[in-house]
Design a protein around this ligand. Structure first.
Ligand code: MSP
Length: 511
């Protein structure tokens, strides 16, 4: 059986879930649902990253011990994903015992093989990123991501001999052009690797930071963040058992944004090489959501919170906007105007109207009972073919993580269905008693269009898809039926009266 292992980053517990975290988690969920629907066994991992300086700092600011603080925020992440209907298979915490044990096992292994050594290092450290920056990487002396001046840190640490694997990593990236996607990020990684790679500092003396995992070979030092967190992708599988590990590793698709490209494209593969494990299948890198009104920040009061979005617009409408608006790999703009416009245009008007018109006619003309089909006419064939083509196109786009294109293809078919109504004009035909049989056929074709939409939409808008199937009288077991067009609904099958799927939203302007 085909398998895929999909991961989100382990989110830091120094902030509550916002738009950025939600986007990655939603695309991960969409992919999982999509692959499951294709009969692929998909496993989705998400979780929280809880060790390190900045978490310890945040806990202190909140007057809480780090563990209690991490418990609280990790709990908020988990509850948020539950409330958002994210279908994850496991929620990992880097403070979980099995994870800590696995990190220690790998530390010991690499220490024994000579890939971890004790040394001294001085360099520019960004606490926001929890990593050292080379002078070249800094922009105007500041971290390009956090726009803060890094601290100069010099201390004795344990180091991971990353430099040893530089050449092998370059060769792997060249031999496997789809290891890091899209191409621009692979290019960035290769450009970075043109300079000699430095070894990676992986520990802190306990005297300065004790919120980490103790090194098994030196109790005076702890490891934290990258050496700790990246191993989560494997530790969880080991914890679930060797069988799960064999099944899902290395079939991993890691989903991240560009901010954590370097740790995932350089630290992680070299760590895997040192541990003697095969590399992941794909690292899929998306761009950043930026606010129309400027940077998203607590102080500006413009932080987009997923549960608030769910309450205001509905989860599926919010998902639709995120998936339809961002071109995977590029930055995208978030504005409430754009969100409301998309929901109104694509969901309330275009798709919502199609469903309500068809179901209303089905009710009015035939009391909900599906009518038999005769020979297909040219316009019926064109409608069917449009949906068949949309499904094919969606497959291509999903393989390339082009969520926006996948939805665009489906909406092309939905547009066509709306035009088919205008073209065939069932409301006019119905006035002529001799044409009523044809009206029944037209509506039957339109119900097929809606049924197909419900199936193709399921990974993207799961609640809407379920709701549509309920209206169409399709059981959960039949929701994924691939019965050919025109053979699904028996004559007399009962269709429910229309319900409002997406209420129109009155534009309220940006907050
Ligand atoms: N803890 C590390 C990851 C360790 S993984 C082994 C971390 N955590 S984080 O909380 O900062 O999450 C970063 C991730 O959140 C990004 O890679 C992305 O998935 C998501 N996003 C956070 N802000 C974002 C935007 N503004 N836009 C899009 N996604 C961003 O880094």
């Amino acid at each position: 059986m085909d398998r895929i292992y999909i991961t989100t980053p382990m989110y830091y517990v120094n902030a509550e879930p916002h738009l950025g975290h939600t986007y990655t988690t939603i695309i991960a969920d969409t992919l999982k649902r999509y692959y499951r629907q294709q009969g692929v066994d998909a496993f989705l991992l998400t979780g929280t990253d809880e060790h390190g300086d900045k978490i310890a700092q945040a806990a202190k600011e909140n007057g809480m011990p780090p563990q209690a603080y991490a418990d609280r925020i990790s709990g908020v992440f988990r509850a948020t994903w539950d409330e958002c209907g994210i279908d994850y298979d496991h929620f990992l915490r880097t403070t979980d015992d099995y994870h800590k044990r696995y990190v220690q096992e790998i530390l010991q292994k690499l220490y024994d093989s000579g890939d971890i050594y004790f040394g001294e290092y001085g360099g520019f450290y960004c606490y926001g990123c929890e990593r050292f920056y080379t002078e070249k990487e800094l922009v105007g002396g500041k971290c390009p991501d956090h726009q803060t001046a890094p601290a100069y840190i010099k201390e004795k640490n344990y180091f991971f001999r990353m430099s040893k694997y530089q050449q092998r990593l370059i060769e792997t990236l060249e031999a496997k052009p789809d290891l890091v996607r899209p191409e621009r990020y692979r290019g960035e990684v290769l450009a970075f690797l043109r300079e000699p790679l430095e070894d990676l500092s992986i520990s802190r003396p306990k005297s300065r930071l004790d919120w980490g995992i103790p090194l098994p070979f030196d109790a005076e030092h702890v490891t934290y963040v990258w050496f700790d967190a990246l191993l989560n992708y494997v530790s969880v599988l080991k914890y679930k058992g060797e069988d799960v590990f064999e099944a899902y590793w290395p079939k991993a698709n890691h989903l991240i944004a560009k901010d954590i490209l370097k740790p995932h494209a350089i630290y992680w593969p070299t760590m895997l090489m040192a541990a003697g494990l095969p590399l992941y299948e794909h690292l899929d890198v998306h761009g950043y959501w930026v606010m129309d009104s400027g940077k998203m920040s607590k102080s500006l009061g413009n932080v987009v919170r997923p549960l608030e979005m769910k309450k205001r617009y509905g989860m599926d409408a919010f998902r639709y906007f995120l998936l339809r608006e961002m071109v995977f790999g590029q930055d995208a703009n978030f504005s409430f105007d754009a969100l409301v416009n998309r929901i109104n245009a694509d969901l309330a008007n275009n798709f919502g109207n199609l469903v309500s018109r068809v179901l209303a006619m089905q009710q009015r003309y035939f009391s909900g009972a599906v009518q038999p089909l005769g020979a297909l006419r040219d316009e019926d064939i064109a409608l069917r073919d449009k949906f068949v083509q949309a499904e094919e196109d969606m497959k291509q786009h999903m393989a390339a993580l082009q969520f926006h294109r996948a939805l665009e293809s489906l909406w092309g078919a939905i547009d066509h269905a709306n035009r088919y109504i205008v073209q065939t004009a069932p409301f006019t035909l119905f006035k002529d008693a001799a044409q009523r049989r044809r009206v029944g056929e037209i509506l039957h074709h339109l119900l097929e269009a809606i049924r197909t939409s419900a199936r193709l939409l399921a990974p993207f808008l799961p609640d809407t898809s379920r709701q549509l199937n309920t209206l169409l009288g399709i059981s959960a077991g039949e929701a994924n039926s691939r019965k050919p067009w025109g053979t699904f609904f028996p004559a007399g099958h009962n269709i429910s009266p229309p319900a409002v799927l997406f209420p129109r939203i009155e534009p309220e302007g940006d907050r």
